[in-house]
Design a protein around this ligand. Structure first.
Ligand code: DQA
Length: 142
């Protein structure tokens, strides 16, 4: 089973960005740990700060992966286009967030993407990605 993790804007600077909210580990530092937890799965990773690139990757994922773990970052709250792309593809997409967006500023409380995802995981730090991958496995096995 092939799973794609997509990270949106500013997640390339995890580890140095707002460490009180997002922690001190980079995603590149966490990815090998995550892969080691799921040696039976193939996990690939894509990050972009560009909305259109994320949309292209979602389209591409439909043919090439069993599911997507998506942290659209700030686009979560603004991007009708990414929400539409998630709706347009047929593979399951799990929304993840490192922080609990419902505990933060009001503008982060609304996710345009969640209605089109099979579920949402938030607030567990980088472990949110682990839960995201696990949830896709459960969905695919049942
Ligand atoms: C985030 C939450 C978003 O509100 C924010 O814009 C991010 C990261 C998270 O993982 O907690 O960049 O998606």
């Amino acid at each position: 089973m092939k799973i794609l993790i997509i990270n949106g804007p500013n997640l390339n600077i995890l580890g140095s960005r707002e460490v009180d909210v997002y922690g001190e580990k980079s995603f590149e530092g966490y990815l090998p740990i995550l892969k080691n937890l799921f040696t039976d799965l193939s996990i690939e990773y894509f990050q972009s700060n560009w909305e259109g690139e994320i949309i292209d990757k979602l389209h591409d994922a439909d043919k090439n992966y069993s599911g997507v773990v998506l942290n659209a970052a700030a686009y979560t709250h603004t991007s009708v286009a990414i929400a539409d792309a998630v709706k347009a593809i047929s593979i399951p997409v799990v929304e993840v967030h490192i922080s609990n967006i419902l505990q933060r500023e009001d503008f982060r409380h609304k996710s345009l993407i969640s209605p089109n995802c099979i579920g949402s995981i938030m607030g567990f730090g980088l472990y949110s990605y682990r839960l995201g991958v696990e949830s896709l496995r459960i969905v695919k096995e049942n």
